[in-house]
Design a protein around this ligand. Structure first.
Ligand code: C2O
Ligand code: CU
Ligand code: CU
Length: 495
């Protein structure tokens, strides 16, 4: 394995480093709960999908009620199914007492309906965007994108999945029975106080962002899901505010990555571990035909030792601390009565046409800066916008870049400190280089997230096929939500 997993950390020195990242992880000792499956809402026929932004209470732990936010439910939102060539009509109603903007992450739609911070929905107000879905099959998501409050609102629950289907993907022998052999898996981490309430503070956030100590999957701690004795597809979303995860199975079984953020890879890529940055989606297929349970482990980066691998890292970590092994973040258990998908995986999934070098006409560089200016509060917390891109913190009144519609550009991205997951609205792009090295096979698909660090440049080639105006520009930003809320974001038009 050639790329570096354990390279992070903003060794900022001083008090900032003794943060949530050093807390031991915790887990529930009670009987495992079942994996919650968000209800599937069919948006394919253009019927409006009603999404009420509301508060609620959700039991992350049995018997403990936690105040939360959600879309038409207590925590998270329904999975919205749409299709290439159809109109997706959304109807948001904000019943909260604060403004909320909701963005469709990964969607190729004009800036007007992209749902950036300029589209904040006032308390009591509605927003009814109509989205023409032109892109191929992919796992996307929607989440709060409220100016300065994205981290907090996502943390409390404002996120959900959008599944795009198309004819080509339909014709492939892949598992596609939602909730049976095609499971949504939203990975997040949260910290709870003694009363079971969610603990969050942008002001007190660690340099790495807000790191929870407890992993939750679809809002449950270490849940169990029954699956058929065949191929099972997991649509993984790293929906954490700030954590990178190393993902693999407790028995080290091989799985196949079939899709990146923006759609199917050219061919399945066999893996035993992979890294997922905040905001990233990976579709994987795991074979459950042997009937044995499979434990999906989601390691924190500082727990992962590349030499030891996933299983060795876990053993070493918990031997060292004298504690027992944590249960897997999600356990798949075979139920032989469920209809199983046993066809072999197709060798070819999609065709990805990369631009010719002569087609790439523009280029831009983006330098992400930690603590570029701005203020620390009197007590050492973070006030205002002290993180920047190319020297500028996010300002709703400033358009940072103007991009031409329909032409390929090369964007190079780097940071002055640490690793950051960079996201661009309104497109899918292709990664040419990641931190100076060629993109690994499992990242050679359509993407809207790319990891970069301070060592070397990451490079993407990108083209925008939809307009974004000055009034409703697109955003590019770090998807560590506390970095975004602290200013590591910019606005751009496409025209
Ligand atoms: Cu997922 Cu601009 O965000
Ligand atoms: Cu986005
Ligand atoms: Cu960042």
């Amino acid at each position: 394995m050639s790329w570096k997993f354990s390279r992070r950390r903003f060794l900022a020195g001083g008090a900032a480093f003794i943060g949530a990242g050093c807390l031991p992880r915790s887990w529930s000792k009670t009987a495992p709960s079942r994996l919650p499956i968000p209800p599937l809402v069919d948006g394919r026929q253009g019927k409006p999908v009603e999404l009420q932004i509301r508060s609620g209470t959700w039991s992350f732990r049995p018997g403990v009620k936690t105040p939360t936010l959600g879309f038409s439910q207590d925590y998270l939102g329904p999975t919205i199914r749409t299709r290439q060539g159809s109109e997706l009509n959304l109807h948001y109603r904000n019943t909260l007492t604060e403004s909320v903007a909701v963005h469709g992450h990964g969607l190729h739609v004009p800036g007007e309906v992209d749902g950036g911070p300029q589209r904040a929905i006032a308390p009591g107000a509605d927003w009814q965007p109509s989205l023409s879905i032109v892109q191929p099959a992919a796992t996307c998501w929607y989440h709060s994108h409220t100016h300065g409050k994205t981290g907090e609102q996502v943390y409390r629950g404002l996120a959900g999945l959008i599944l795009i289907e198309d004819e080509e993907a339909d014709s492939l022998p892949l598992p596609h029975q939602y909730g049976i052999d095609d499971l949504p898996v939203i990975i997040q981490d949260r910290t709870f106080d003694a009363q079971g309430r969610l603990v969050y503070s942008l002001y007190d956030a660690h340099e790495d962002g807000w790191l929870g100590d407890t992993v939750i999957i679809n809002g449950a701690i270490a849940p169990v899901a029954s699956v058929p004795a065949g191929k099972v597809r997991l649509r993984l979303l790293n929906g954490a505010n700030a954590r990178f995860y190393i993902v693999g199975f407790a028995d080290n079984r091989t799985f196949y990555k079939i899709a990146t953020d923006g759609g199917l890879l050219e061919a399945p890529v066999p893996l035993t571990t992979m890294e997922m940055s905040p905001g990233e989606r990976c579709e994987i297929v795991v074979d459950m035909a042997d009937g044995k349970p499979a434990g999906l482990q989601t390691l924190f980066e500082d727990e992962f030792d590349e030499e030891e691998g996933l299983v060795g890292s876990l053993l070493a970590l918990f031997d060292r601390s004298g504690r027992e092994l944590p249960p897997p973040s999600l356990t798949l258990i075979v139920d032989k009565t469920l209809p199983a998908h046993t066809a072999p995986l197709p060798e070819q999934l999609a065709t990805i046409v990369r631009p010719q070098p002569r087609e790439i006409v523009g280029s831009r560089d983006f330098m992400l800066n930690m603590e570029d200016g701005g203020g620390m509060g009197n007590d050492g917390g973070h006030a205002g916008t002290d993180m920047t891109i190319n020297g500028a913190a996010m300002d709703m009144n400033v358009i940072n870049e103007r991009v031409q519609l329909g032409v390929w550009e090369r964007w190079r991205i780097r940071s002055n400190q640490g690793a950051h997951p960079f996201h661009v609205h309104g497109c899918s792009f292709l990664i040419e280089r990641m931190e100076g090295s060629a993109a690994p096979p499992e990242q050679r698909g359509w993407k809207d997230m790319v990891v970069l660090d301070d060592d070397d440049w990451s490079e993407i080639v990108v083209r925008f096929d939809h307009p974004a105006t000055e009034r409703y520009p697109y955003m590019y930003h770090c998807h560590i939500l506390e970095h975004e809320d602290r200013g590591m974001m910019g606005q751009f038009t496409v025209g």
